[in-house]
Design a protein around this ligand. Structure first.
Ligand SMILES: [Zn+2]
Length: 280
């Protein structure tokens, strides 16, 4: 559904660049630095399922953006990763016919990160209606409880949210609802970790793309068994458990989470265990 009165269409004229007294680099050097910057921000595109390409961004390559082949041409991005990924997302999408729209799995800082820059490039941004106030607002800080994190993690995350992950509030142009079709996937309800969190489910090959329904990364970015997100970042833990039980009951063959992954093998049992486990 297209939202109205969202502050004008995306892709309006960009604000003029601030005047700079820094001398310009030779174009070949500038171009090499530009390419190096994009390689630092994001790894090469990887095919992870039929019509699904994964971009792994960030220093630990733990920030996932999925490009879905759109039957009408180009690709649709699910989640937008951290803010430095905007250029690599546009580059990878251009090689696949162009970026048609971005759908945020939820409104947290590290999922809306590149969305403001992508919108400025003319791409409409969508999410579930319940996630829109957070994508357009403080990116989850409205209800997070960082005081529950260990002190060192809290400091690391506070800096990362501000300096690395969050691109800031983004205007939501369209909403998607549970049951909608997105590039052959069905939108499913995975709310709990965040309000209006959604995933995408394709029954034909049992592929699920799930944003932060669970983590396979620790708070330091290290791999771990599937677990519910930590309390500090959860909006409604009981609802997160219910969403994960429903996801497990779909019996997915491949699950593509918001960080690290993919998760394959005995997925159902591992997700069932995560849904019932204690949460830190
Ligand atoms: Zn996340």
């Amino acid at each position: 559904m297209v939202r109205e009165d969202r502050g004008g269409p995306p892709g309006g004229p960009a604000a003029p660049a601030a005047a700079s007294s820094v001398p310009a680099l030779p174009s070949s050097v500038a171009q090499r630095l530009h390419h190096l910057g994009r390689r630092v921000a994001c790894g090469p595109p990887v095919s992870v399922a039929d019509g699904v390409t994964l971009l792994r961004g960030g220093a630990f390559r733990a920030m996932n953006v999925y490009l879905l082949d759109d039957p009408s041409g180009g690709v649709v991005a699910f989640d937008s990763g951290e803010k430095g990924m905007a250029g690599p997302i546009l580059d990878a999408a251009a090689e696949r016919g162009g970026l048609r729209r971005v759908i945020l799995g939820h409104g947290d800082t590290d999922h809306r990160g590149a969305a403001p820059a992508l919108r400025a490039a003319g791409v409409p941004i969508a999410c579930h209606a319940d996630a829109a106030p957070y994508a357009e607002g403080r990116g989850g800080r409205e209800y997070w409880r960082p005081e529950l994190l260990p002190r060192a993690v809290r400091a690391f995350h506070a800096l990362s949210h501000r300096a690395v992950w969050d691109g800031g509030p983004v205007t939501i142009d369209e909403t998607v609802a549970v049951g909608d079709d997105v590039c052959g996937f069905e939108v499913v309800d995975l709310a709990g970790h965040a309000p209006g969190q959604i995933g995408l489910w394709r029954a034909s090959d049992r592929v699920a793309i799930v944003s932060d329904a669970f983590y396979v990364t620790s708070m330091w970015g290290r791999p771990q068994e599937p677990a519910l997100p930590v309390r500090a970042y959860d909006h409604d833990l009981e609802r997160a458990r219910e969403s994960l039980r429903r996801l497990a009951a779909l019996d997915p063959a491949t699950v593509l989470p918001g960080h690290l992954g993919p998760v394959t093998g005995d997925v159902r049992r591992r997700l069932e265990a995560a849904a019932e486990a204690d949460v830190r």
